[in-house]
Design a protein around this ligand. Structure first.
Ligand SMILES: [Zn+2]
Length: 295
């Protein structure tokens, strides 16, 4: 006998878009917020917590039978090749977060090319997957890197998730489209799936992950993402260190950086499970494959 309430929930679920779940695999000392305090040459001096935290995400996703895209930093893949294999064996997609977590707009075109090519080759060799998706460190490709998407196409990428349609001191382009779109470059097309925003009081408000997910209350995020899902899928992003309230702290970092990095770390895991139970998710490649079939 069918249960009308369950049937109704199933019907609602099947009519809502499937969203992209993405995890940027990096450690707490590699983030742009602490870039001025931690040189990449010092990374080896810090306690590594990325493996344990990523494994926790693998458990959380498995508990709700959800597959995701893991944008792995090349440096971390090199340090922990077994972690890449664990992600693949659990059925997830591997994407690239570049090699050295340098902001795209602080690099020359040639340096950027070397970084994205090196990480793609490394990740493909380790995962056995064709790595097609890229996310720039701190969403740093856009207006300041007019060559960015062309270089990605030339180096074998077919999808990017980096152009944040907001105004922010480190990244973003408030005039960029908010839904999935194609960028035509001289070397071919690339699909852009921008980090999620909602239009509120005349501004694009970011609601799809990271610090925004930790700082805004869960009811607000749920309401905003429900709003987005009325017309389109969203992409959600999070980092392994965001579920780790016991990570070593940079108490001398500027207040703004500490606020962005440390707020509500202890609440993230519970909230993340609520998110998994409220919305439908799949890896980026599946959303894009569905979309391309419909076009
Ligand atoms: Zn990052």
């Amino acid at each position: 006998m069918s249960n009308p309430q369950t049937d109704h929930q199933a019907a609602v679920l099947s009519s809502t878009p499937v969203n992209a779940m993405t995890i940027d695999v990096e450690d707490y000392y590699q983030v742009a917020a602490f870039e001025k305090m931690v040189a990449p040459t010092d990374w080896g001096n810090f306690e590594s917590r990325v493996v344990a935290n990523t494994r926790r995400f693998l458990e959380l996703l498995a508990s709700r039978n959800i597959k995701a895209t893991f944008f792995v930093l090349g440096y971390e893949a090199e340090q922990h090749p077994e972690l890449v294999r664990e992600i693949v064996n659990a059925g997830h997609e591997i994407g690239s977060h570049g090699y050295a977590h340098r902001l795209a707009y602080t690099q020359s075109e040639a340096e950027f090319r070397d970084d994205v090519a090196r990480s793609r080759k490394l990740l493909q060799d380790l995962s056995g997957q064709d790595v097609l998706s890229y996310r720039a460190p701190s969403f740093s490709i856009g207006r300041r890197t007019p060559w960015g998407h062309r270089v990605l196409v030339e180096e074998g990428y077919r999808c990017d998730s980096s152009v944040f349609p907001i105004r922010h001191d480190l990244y973003g382009d408030p005039d960029a489209p908010v839904g999935i779109y194609t960028i035509e470059t001289e070397s071919g097309p690339i699909l852009e799936f921008p980090p999620t925003v909602v239009r509120l009081f005349g501004h694009n408000v970011p609601t799809g992950g990271g610090g925004y997910f930790r700082i805004f209350p869960w009811w607000f995020t749920r309401r905003m993402l429900t709003q987005v899902n009325k017309t389109r899928p969203f992409v959600f992003y999070i980092h392994p260190w965001e579920i780790d309230p016991k990570q070593p702290r940079f108490d001398k970092a500027p207040l703004k950086s500490r606020f962005r990095h440390y707020t509500n770390l202890h609440k993230t895991e519970t909230r993340f499970l609520q998110l998994l139970e409220t919305f439908r998710f799949a890896p980026l490649r599946e959303i894009l494959a569905q979309l391309l079939c419909k076009i």
